[in-house]
Ligand binder design. Structure first.
Ligand SMILES: NC(=O)c1ccc[n+]([C@@H]2O[C@H](COP(=O)([O-])OP(=O)(O)OC[C@H]3O[C@@H](n4cnc5c(N)ncnc54)[C@H](O)[C@@H]3O)[C@@H](O)[C@H]2O)c1
Length: 368
């Protein structure tokens, strides 16, 4: 029997420093008998040497197209656009199962090459829950960005370029410093506080020094009374982390903001959920996604009132690439260890079945 293996490819998406495998998870795979090939990558938050030190085999940057087709290629984000057929097995987020722009073209590359896609977004446990997701660090980073925006606003400025932090300690230190030493005294509210993103946001607020009583944690029970909610206007930072699945009353509106006038404490809204273009977005006070280079957009507040900044960045975990990768890769590990029995292991069987369905749909659309 040949040795099981994975080939960690480089990421080509700008600003993406996260990694599907980390030195920690690579070591665990190696200990379980896998060969781990790692493409040299300057962009990745982990140094090549960290992988080499745990026994990975370093290979050239972006050399996966010439890897043996028996070795599955693992990565995070989409492959660069191309028409090249894909003969390998790929494990990654491909964003092509929900008829996103270019979906059938991407799948047609697998059709022509005979390769297989296991989309990480659709790796589910027997209860139908995703085995690995980035939510916690999205909330954590979103809350940090919110605190930075508040600090900037207090100085009469707007928040400038956000750059990924080396690690969590560096992020916490920077946020506390910019808040004048600690977040004590800041009041924050997290809606969706029981979810992955929500728990991350609450954790950040605790770590930068907010008093427990100053972190309002709301979930379904608290919003059941129906919005809009005055309570949101009475905190400094509001972080929305809900998973929106149906039409619900707005949490906050232009009217409630204007009506609060000068009595409004709310200075920053972080919409981690980012249902920006969803007609049921419960935060209908902005209509663009913000970015790392321009993290905030000003909401309409009415003449003479204090500003209100909105952050709606849809790739927040990138701000904390090391910890986000470690947590994600650690959650993925049990499934990766099962990969050699992918023909019977539920998580892989389910993902392959879905791939075949989507491949057939794409082939029909592309006339293959
Ligand atoms: N901006 C980013 O970078 C980023 C990254 C990851 C995830 N997300 C998004 O964040 C959202 C949440 O993801 P998650 O993984 O934390 O989901 P999750 O399912 O783990 O948690 C969602 C929480 O929202 C609560 N909720 C749902 N409807 C609610 C309501 N009406 N009132 C109060 N609480 C409500 C749920 O009870 C649950 O606790 C998703 O839309 C996801 O796509 C954004």
């Amino acid at each position: 029997m040949t040795q099981p293996a994975f080939w960690l490819r480089c990421e080509k998406k700008e600003f993406e420093r996260r990694s599907a495998l980390t030195p920690t998870t690579s070591k665990k795979l190696i200990d379980a008998g896998f060969d781990i090939y790692v493409e040299r990558d300057e962009q990745r938050i982990f140094d090549d040497a960290e992988f080499e030190a745990v026994g990975c085999k370093l290979v050239d940057n972006n050399s996966w197209p010439s890897a043996p087709t028996s070795i599955p290629i693992i990565g995070l984000k989409e492959l660069p656009e191309s028409d090249e057929p894909l003969p390998h097995t790929h494990i990654q987020f491909a964003h092509c199962y929900k008829r996103q722009a270019g979906w059938s073209k991407i799948l047609s590359r697998f059709h022509r090459g005979g390769g297989t896609l296991y989309d990480i977004e659709f790796l589910n446990d027997p209860q139908g829950r995703r085995v690995a997701a980035f939510g916690f660090h999205a909330g954590f980073a979103g809350a940090a960005a919110g605190a930075l925006a508040l600090a900037a606003q207090k100085k009469g400025e707007s928040l400038g370029l956000l750059t990924p932090y080396e690690n969590e300690a560096a992020m916490i230190k920077d946020v506390k410093e910019r808040l004048g030493g600690s977040g004590k005294g800041v009041r924050a509210m997290v809606i969706g506080a029981l979810g992955r993103c929500g728990r991350g946001a609450v954790d950040l607020f605790r770590k930068i020094g907010l008093d427990e009583d100053d972190i309002l944690k709301w979930d379904m029970a608290e919003t059941a009374k129906g919005g809009p909610f005055q309570e949101i206007l009475d905190v400094d930072i509001f972080v929305n982390c809900i998973y929106l699945s149906s039409q619900i009353p707005s949490f906050i509106t232009h009217d409630t903001i204007s009506a609060a006038g000068k009595d409004r404490r709310l200075s920053v809204v972080v919409d981690v959920s980012c249902d920006t273009t969803n007609p049921f977005n419960p935060i209908p006070i902005y209509n663009i996604n913000t970015t790392f280079d321009k993290p905030t957009v000003a909401a309409e507040v009415g003449e003479g009132n204090l500003p209100l900044s909105v952050i709606s960045i849809d790739h927040l975990p990138t701000l904390l690439p090391r910890e986000a990768s470690e947590q994600f890769s650690g959650d993925l590990l049990p499934s990766l260890l099962e990969f050699p029995s992918r023909n019977t292991a539920q998580v892989w069987v389910g993902a392959e079945k879905l791939f075949k369905e989507k491949l057939a749909e794409a082939a029909a659309v592309e006339g293959l």
